[in-house]
Design a protein. Sequence first.
Length: 426
Amino acid sequence: MINRKKAPKVNNLFDIDYLLPERWTLKNGIDVWGINAGSQELVKIDFMFDAGTWYQSKNLVAGMTNMFLNQGTERFSAQQIAEIFDFRGAYLQLSADQQFGNVTILTLNKYLPEILDVTADIIKRPVFPEKEVKTQIAKKRQTFIIENNKVKTMSQKKFSRVLFGEYHPYANTNTIGDYEKFGRADLVDFHSRQYTSSGCKIIVAGLYNESLKKWLETYFGEDEWGKTEASGQPEFEIVPSKQMEHFIEKNDAVQSAIRMGRLFPNRTHPDFFGLNILITLLGGFFGSRLMMNIREDKGYTYGIGAGIFTLPKAAYLSIMTEVGAGVCKSALDEIYKEISKLQNELVPAHELEIVRNYLLGETLRSFDGIFAMSGSLKTLVESDLDYSHYDNFVKTIRTIRAEDLMQLAQKYLQKDDIYEVVAGKQ
């Protein structure tokens, strides 16, 4: 019988063994990274394009273009695409964020040629059927109305505009009127400009052989596709709000949504790793100080978290929670109390050790299995980094001192530098 009163032994985590990817280039210049490992005859392939909101000239266009890629092509209807993937047990995922438009497939190796054939058509030759576009725009508009009536959505949207400015692509500036301002022609134009061989990167993970390289070359590498002229990398100035406190009133709100934070150094900055540890301690896991105080002790919320959100061209701290409308002011006060403690009191050795072990375990988990490795590699490709990024993070986790954390808190968590956005009731 296991003695439940005795804690299990904690083993020290030593070096993390990375399986470094191979890299090659298709004839038309597309870079490919491949992690060849695993025990199953299947492969995951991520196609990444410079097709996020950074590149759109109208709100919503980047996301809607990505969403419609599998809704019919020159050779296949939407139903045929779904049937081809389903019959072969394959998987297709479409996603778009601030920087990238992504097409991800997962398939058994024996079906790879057929799945790549269809995927190539999805990426290169979608037709954006007019009727379906209008139907989906109407559905998305209705969903937008519902979501934008929630206090957590109100606070998050306002928080992004406060940090980056009203016209920055990293800010969520979508409005109900945007659904009337674009149509099929905008999707076709955005696709032709951004889903191109010149703006494509490919990440492969799984147990593959040389035939995969041949098929990638056949379907994606033989010729340039999409508009051959470079669309260019647009530049945008970050213009943070001069006002530090923002309140959005919603009289019928039962809860108030709180978003607090500021712009932070990104992955290339020498303070980034130490700040990750500091913010994890503050609110980055279930045993964090904010959770212990505001959830466990005060009972103001079901959950509260803090994290550093990284983007290719920026990073920011966000502290997020929803609390009862009557305790919003008290919750804000408690958050600042926890920040003040980090600035003025050294973190106890046992608490720092807990955070070290947690972060080392999370880092190890990000390389546990071939698809986790693929996700970690994708992070590096998106940020133009190499595996020394993870080595340096592990080194910092092991060596950082309580004094270092206090100095970082004093430098980056000054109350006057932190934006507050509250939606609901104060």
